[in-house]
Design a protein around this ligand. Structure first.
Ligand code: MN
Length: 159
């Protein structure tokens, strides 16, 4: 199974959030996670699916100028991932409303599940949840490790 890239941008738009992006079939499937990812399996983090982005956006760090999403962006984490469902492609798993991925990032590691939810009647709402494995813990990882894995900068350093 080929390993694809993943990136998590930390994005200081109208409110600070985290954008999870998974490479699949030549694009970055994307979700905005208002509270950011957690390494604690007890946390169910809302993840709102957003537009697919071009692959080269995985390397973007900088400031989005005026307009939609205006504000600073850092690469909070990046690495590769595997689709853990051997019998289905990631696209098939996503269209079924549940995908399990194994992340090998600099911060996030191990198995995570994305599962569709009917939060507030939205059709783009998912939950992003750490699965129980040796990489699960109860750290507040977004506050303990706030900086870009590429530049070492904080979001505030860009704004
Ligand atoms: Mn965003």
């Amino acid at each position: 199974m080929a390993k694809n890239r993943f990136v998590i941008h930390k994005h200081g738009a109208r409110s600070v959030h985290y954008d999870l992006r998974l490479e699949d079939e030549g694009v970055l499937k994307s979700w905005a996670i208002p509270k950011g990812p957690s390494t604690n399996p007890a946390d169910k983090r809302l993840a709102i699916q957003t537009d697919d982005h071009a692959l080269d956006y995985a390397d973007f760090e900088g400031i989005i100028p005026e307009g939609y999403g205006a504000g600073p962006v850092i690469i909070w984490d990046q690495g590769t991932f595997k689709n853990m469902k051997a019998t289905l492609s990631l696209a098939e798993s996503l269209s079924n409303g549940e995908a399990t991925v194994f992340l090998e990032g600099e911060k996030l590691k191990g198995a995570y599940v994305l599962v569709k939810t009917n939060y507030q009647g939205k059709d783009n709402a998912w939950l992003f949840i750490k699965m129980k494995d040796e990489h699960a813990d109860q750290r507040a990882i977004t506050t303990e490790l706030p900086l870009s894995v590429v530049s070492g900068k904080a979001l505030e350093d860009l704004s």
